[in-house]
Design a binder for this molecule. Structure first.
Ligand code: 5GP
Ligand code: ZN
Length: 111
């Protein structure tokens, strides 16, 4: 069994609140949100972290950013959101499957 939590979500083995997906990418709500709107944008193929990506992942990485913009539209935060990626433990990465955080929805701006 795959022990990667995001691979298990992609495989449908763990429940999640899916927001958007295409063939290569899925977006779902963060289980422990740190913003009023907090969605994770995740490649369906496992990549540990950004520094493990190669030039062959160029389209996928661009696709993740475009997906983040679509997610922001869908969640009603397109006028103001943050796109964040933690690469490595010292930066706070705890799930070792590359993902972007889309965060927004603060009333009156970022606190
Ligand atoms: P990181 O710190 O690795 O950049 O972010 C990992 C994020 O994944 C955290 O914000 C955490 O709340 C979220 N997360 C961890 N496990 C799960 C899960 O099983 N489901 C969902 N939806 N989010 C998760
Ligand atoms: Zn994975």
């Amino acid at each position: 069994m795959n022990s990667c939590v995001f691979c298990r979500i992609v495989a449908g083995e763990l429940p999640t609140q899916k927001v958007w997906e295409d063939e290569e990418i899925v977006a779902f709500k963060d289980v422990n949100p740190s913003a009023p709107v907090h969605v994770l944008v995740v490649p369906k193929r496992h990549i540990d972290k950004l520094t493990e990506a190669t030039s062959q992942d160029r389209d996928l990485l661009g696709g993740l950013q475009l997906a983040a913009a679509v997610v922001a539209q869908k969640m009603g935060i397109a006028d103001g959101f943050r796109l964040m990626l933690n690469n490595g433990a010292s930066a706070g990465q705890v799930v070792w499957h590359l993902h972007y955080h889309v965060q927004g929805g603060w009333k009156g701006g970022v606190k």
